[in-house]
Design a binder for this molecule. Structure first.
Ligand code: ADP
Ligand code: ZN
Length: 747
């Protein structure tokens, strides 16, 4: 990974402090590759250029420094929808973030500005237009004097470059902002990796001695595959969408009409699919997008108009139902799958007919320069679609990156390598048929002649009298078509590109015909019959079923707050919960994605859901085995609890206990005696609450108490207490008795 940075940061932050902050604010256990260094450099006040693929975790690299540095971090982001989303997610993590834009009412804007100027905000999101306004610049100068500015983060920094796919002239003027706030360290972030764009960003944004981080563009969690787009393609798509079982998927088509048609067809087949394209009204588009983001409609059928700036992290599959225009576009669009790092599928449906369609469109272009560019892009796209080698290798190669391993083991070609065979004789038959037809026909016609088909065209041309007529009857038409395409692909045959593809022999074709060159070709690509599970580590049934429950709970909580479900928790967090079934606060905090704010907000509903599920299914929360609950309180002389407290006081104790507070802490918070709290807990255990008593009574003491109870009986506690002596308290004995009785009841 190149790092053009100079020596170490001047102000170093200690690793542990960063780890803690990462967990506390974002709930993540570890930094991803590169993140720590970027954060350190940002804290040290260095300019930086960060190139990371979609889903790489760019936002964290300025959000964490923003929290650790004094003052306000300003984030420039080109898309309002994206700003809302980021701010929602930050707030959900308890981070003081806000945005200013033209949609705000005056009162609300003033309120936000006040909060910023008083230092109550850590991150401010702005569109470039807004930032550049005289009013906003003046305000920021005021903020600088009041509370200080810590960083300027320029998101989607490729917008500064005409060579990027989304040039925005306002971005060019950001250099002026840099001059006005000369001391403000700047982070430029983008997922567009080409050399040209990279240089443009450095120059246009005037980055000074920047630390440049270029992440690998490999996305190991994405599984790439190409499927034949033949008669069975639609059924295949439908099947795959159904197998996603309500998880999100995007299906890309090229034209608005194709989007409408496909969405309609999927709906008719019972899927909750919505169309999205630039031809729809803005309101309807927003509505469909929101329904998709909120998991109300799992499938979005869209043109490329959809996606830029959509950061839904849990899209489990991206399908391309038509051939994308170029490989960069394909990488970006398919890359919208699996931003959360969980397994996801990128599937391209490819028909050789698509090639002819695109070629026809290219032929319509009047500018020869544009035509050449489009042709070379098509060739790269075809190289990907028709390849029999690793798809990932081809994609990464496009970005000038080599794949370290020989095979990626998670693309269709690596998982089930296409068998190749020598096909020289077949190739000679095909090429000589092209020659006999005087290089005036397309591939399908040639295949039909080889097959000895009885078509009107063949009869009219007299091709049924050729020596090659019917010499290939032993193979199917599809096989001949495939071989022909392989020859084209390998350059052993040429084709006109004016939209009416006619096969032409070239020098290499003649070498094959003269027997000077052997032809190796793949066997016909077969559509995989077995479903391809996206989830490698097949979770057991319980975890899967519980995950569904938790997903529904997440959806409900998200709807209540009017945010997308992923803002509440990522899929990975729910999966970990479904597997580990946490019950204590410590266990809950150990779930990836659970930081302090989320733990506070969601501990109760999620652990309750898990508990209920365990009860209904007679399961023990597995977390119970690995105890990390608070240590047993010191044993003082205790009196047995008096009287029966009311139900709500028990509930309150339980809630605090579940939040991870110790008995002493609960007692202090509630102004009650520790004995009382112990009594509550004992009664709760008796009432069947799933309380881990290991944390309350050490195993050795528990054994002694159990032995006494078994010997003297469980009906009354007094004899047991007397037997055990002053060392043991009534509450302890009650707890152990309750557990003992519960356990016996289980058998
Ligand atoms: P980008 O902006 O690069 O596309 P994001 O910043 O949106 O990516 O991050 C993508 C996903 O990765 C988010 O769901 C985020 O919570 C998650 N993520 C980021 N950093 C980490 C980390 N260190 N550990 C676990 N998940 C992370
Ligand atoms: Zn591969």
């Amino acid at each position: 990974m190149p790092d053009f940075g100079a020596g170490d940061a001047e102000r170093t932050v200690d690793d542990q402090k960063l780890d803690e902050a990462l967990k506390r604010h974002f709930g993540h256990e570890h930094f991803r590759s590169g993140q720590r260094r970027i954060v350190e450099q940002a804290i040290a006040g260095r300019d930086q250029l960060i190139l990371m693929p979609t889903g790489g975790g760019k936002s964290l690299t300025y959000q964490l420094p923003a929290l650790l540095l004094p003052g306000l971090t300003v984030v420039v982001s080109p898309l309002i929808a994206l700003m809302h989303d980021q701010v929602d997610r930050l707030r959900e993590n308890g981070i003081a973030a806000t945005f200013l834009n033209s949609t705000l009412a005056a009162g609300e804007r003033t309120r936000r500005e006040q909060a910023i100027a008083q230092g109550r905000m850590k991150l401010l999101y702005l569109s470039p237009e807004r930032l550049l306004s005289a009013e906003c610049l003046g305000f920021l100068e005021y903020v600088q004097r009041q509370v200080g500015l810590s960083l300027l983060a320029v998101d989607e920094a490729h917008c500064v470059s005409e060579w990027g796919h989304d040039f925005r002239p306002e971005y060019r003027q950001l250099a002026a902002v840099r001059e006005r706030f000369a001391a403000l360290p700047t982070l430029a972030l983008t997922a567009t990796a080409t050399e040209r764009v990279r240089r443009d960003i450095l120059v246009q944004l005037k980055l000074r001695d920047p630390h440049i981080h270029i992440a690998s563009f490999d996305r190991p969690n994405l599984h790439y595959a190409v499927l034949a787009k033949d008669q069975g393609a639609y059924t295949e798509l439908l099947d795959r969408l159904r197998r996603l079982d309500g998880a999100s998927a995007i299906v890309y088509c090229q034209s608005r009409r194709a989007v409408e048609n496909l969405a309609e067809r999927l709906v008719a087949d019972g899927l909750n699919a919505l169309p999205y394209h630039a031809g729809m009204g803005a309101e309807e588009r927003t509505r469909h997008q929101t329904r998709f983001l909120r998991d109300d409609a799992p499938v979005l059928v869209a043109t490329v108009a959809f996606g830029m700036g959509i950061a839904k992290p849990d899209v489990r599959a991206v399908f391309h139902y038509e051939l994308p225009r170029n490989l960069e576009g394909y990488y970006q669009e398919s890359g919208r799958a699996g931003r959360d790092g969980q397994p996801a599928d990128c599937v391209l449906f490819f028909s050789p007919g698509d090639r002819a369609k695109v070629e026809y469109l290219i032929a319509q272009k009047s500018d020869p320069q544009e035509q050449r560019l489009a042709r070379s892009q098509l060739a790269q796209m075809l190289a990907y679609a028709e390849s029999t080698v690793c798809r990932r290798r081809i994609l990464l190669g496009y970005f000038g990156e080599a794949l370290a391993e020989a095979d990626c083991s998670s693309c269709d070609n690596c998982r089930s390598p296409v068998a190749t065979q020598e096909r020289t004789v077949d190739a000679q038959k095909l090429l000589s048929c092209v020659a006999r037809c005087q290089e005036r026909f397309g591939l399908r016609h040639i295949a039909q002649v080889l097959r000895g088909a009885n078509t009107q065209k063949i009869r009219a041309q007299g091709h049924d009298r050729l020596s090659t007529y019917g010499i290939g009857a032993d193979r199917s038409e599809a096989e001949w078509l495939h071989l022909g395409r392989t020859l084209l692909h390998q350059g052993l045959l040429s084709e006109t590109t004016d939209g009416y593809p006619v096969l032409k022999l070239n020098a290499l074709s003649w070498e094959v015909l003269r027997g000077q060159r052997t032809v190796i070709a793949a066997r016909l690509p077969a559509r995989p019959t077995a479903p391809q599970p996206t989830d490698e580590a097949a979770t057991d049934d319980t975890a899967t079923a519980l995950f569904e429950h938790l997903r529904r709970l997440r959806k409900r909580l998200a709807d209540e707050q009017n945010v997308p479900p992923y803002v509440v928790f990522a899929d990975a967090a729910l999966k970990a919960m479904a597997q580990r079934r946490p019950q204590t606060m410590t266990q809950f905090l150990a779930i990836p994605g659970v930081g302090s704010r989320k733990a506070e907000a969601y501990f109760t509903p999620f652990t309750a859901e898990i508990r209920t599920y365990c009860e209904v299914h007679a399961l023990l929360p597995p977390s119970e085995q690995a105890e990390t609950s608070p240590p047993a309180p010191a044993h003082r002389e205790r009196r047995p609890p008096r009287g029966t407290p009311t139900a709500s006081t028990h509930a309150l104790t339980l809630q605090l206990w579940q939040q991870g507070l110790s008995i002493e802490q609960i007692a202090e918070q509630r102004s009650l005696r520790t004995e009382t709290i112990e009594g509550h807990l004992a009664e709760l255990v008796e009432a069947g609450e799933n309380i881990d008593i290991e944390g309350l009574v050490e195993p050795k003491r528990r054994c002694t108490i159990e032995a006494a109870l078994l010997k003297l009986g469980t009906a009354t506690l007094k004899p047991v207490k007397e037997h055990l002596g002053e060392e043991y308290s009534y509450s302890e004995i009650r707890l152990v008795r309750a557990r003992l009785l519960c356990a016996q009841g289980d058998f």
